[in-house]
Design a protein around this ligand. Structure first.
Ligand code: 3PG
Length: 419
């Protein structure tokens, strides 16, 4: 009934009961068309929703869309309704409210087997990451926020299936566990199981492919997997590789260096230097890189990189080298693309590395938003071992720290025993 000190759905007797279900369906959105452009995370939580409905629960879904820290791109969850309805094959009610009177009435009106989606919880200040970081509320204090005080009395259980947001310390993620018997959903259970076994006993060689432009996350992960002996090799791409090359003393050119400084990433050049010193043999860097000139792709060897052009992808020789390493690995973990894969002239490296991930006999784990998008863009999902919905959560999980949501769910298992 319990796994990792947390109740699973098997522990709940949900027939006729109201279940508050927190999911992470934060997806890329096409605002002009008012639609979701990738449904990976929505698909991920459908088994939990379907199971709760089949077992006769009244299901109230809470979720966020967009972020106040990195993107400042909040959006309503209305476009998600259609996708959920298609995947569930049944009606999903929506209310443009989080915990006001309209939401409360809608919850009270639910019948067993029905699903209600509330609007973006981050429309409420108390649910925002800035609020989290500046006030640092304890979980007990989070139980006194408006959303928890208002919704908890209307529900019998709280279920969290939002593994991708498990690193956030916010009321809809960590506050309800103080008030209600709680469990993790099926996706949370699966992601926790897959990632913890990857961390504990990966089949070797175990290779991490780290790219993209989420630099703090990438360096946190690199440091962790090398220090803990999880990674045998790390293959670098994207801005991560450019920073490592600069730390090694390679001339990456004024354009790329300027970009790194403008983004405030120059401090990572200092972070990277001791990493290279300690793990230089394990960190594999590009031997060639790509740039664009008047919309056309060009490539140059490291040591002869152009000064005035942004480096936007790994080169063909690097892609071939990475492919060979990936084909020889037993476990490959990927987080972050090799370059700007959204554009045709700069997608080569990402496409080639992703094809190698699809071709290897080793077990592949894809994590993080952009990596999942690239996987879907190339239609390679079925050939990957596991696609994790989390990015930041996964990275912090691998670093070995107890995630706030895990802590909250374990607390609920102790104070609301269900056995
Ligand atoms: C994500 O996209 O990684 C999760 O939805 C969490 O979002 P956040 O980093 O904005 O909290």
């Amino acid at each position: 009934m319990k796994k990792f000190g947390i109740y699973t759905l098997d522990a709940l007797d949900v027939a006729g009961k109201t279940v508050l279900l927190r999911v992470d369906i934060n997806e890329p959105i096409d605002r002009a068309a008012d639609r979701v452009t990738d449904d990976t995370r929505i698909r991920g939580c459908v088994p939990t929703i379907a199971e709760l409905c089949d077992r006769g629960a009244k299901v109230v879904i809470m979720a966020h869309q967009g972020s106040d820290i990195e993107y400042k791109n909040y959006y309503t969850l209305r476009p998600h309704v259609r996708v959920l309805e298609q995947l569930l094959g049944s009606k999903v009610q929506f209310i443009a409210d989080v915990c006001g009177p309209a939401a409360q009435d809608a919850i009270r009106g639910l019948q067993p087997g029905e699903v209600l989606l509330l609007d973006n919880v981050r429309f409420m200040a108390e649910e925002q990451t800035l609020f989290e970081r500046s006030l640092k509320l304890t979980h007990e204090q989070q139980a006194d926020t408006l959303v928890v005080r208002t919704l908890a009395p209307l529900a019998d259980y709280y279920v969290c299936d939002a593994f991708a947001a498990a690193h956030r310390d916010q009321p809809t993620l960590c506050g309800f566990e103080q008030r209600l018997p709680s469990a993790m959903g099926r996706l949370f259970e699966k992601e926790y199981s897959v990632i913890s076994s990857l961390m504990e006993a990966p089949e070797r060689p175990c290779v991490f492919v780290l790219g993209g432009a989420k630099i703090a996350d990438a360096f946190l992960m690199m440091q962790t997997v090398l220090d803990r002996g999880i990674a045998d090799q790390v293959l670098a791409g994207g801005v991560v590789a450019n920073i490592l090359l600069a730390a090694k003393g390679e001339q990456i050119g004024a354009a790329s260096l300027g970009f790194i400084k403008k983004q405030g990433y120059d401090g990572f050049i200092q972070t990277a230097a001791p990493l290279l010193e300690k793990y230089g043999e394990k960190i594999v860097l590009p031997v060639d890189l790509a740039y664009t000139e008047q919309g056309k792709r060009g490539e140059a060897m490291v040591g002869r990189l152009p000064d005035d052009k942004m480096l936007v992808d790994i080169g063909a020789q690097t892609a071939a080298k990475y492919r060979e390493i990936i084909l020889g690995a037993q476990t490959v973990f990927v987080n972050g693309p090799m370059g700007i894969f959204e554009k045709q002239e700069t997608e080569f490296g990402t496409k080639a590395v992703w094809q190698a991930l699809a071709d290897t006999a080793g077990y592949t784990v894809v994590g993080g938003g952009d990596s999942v998008t690239a996987t879907n863009q190339y239609g390679l999902g079925p050939q990957m071992g596991y696609i994790c919905t989390g990015g930041g959560a996964l990275i912090r999980f691998l670093s070995g720290e107890e995630l706030p949501v895990v802590r909250a769910l374990r607390h609920a298992a102790e104070v609301f025993p269900l056995d």
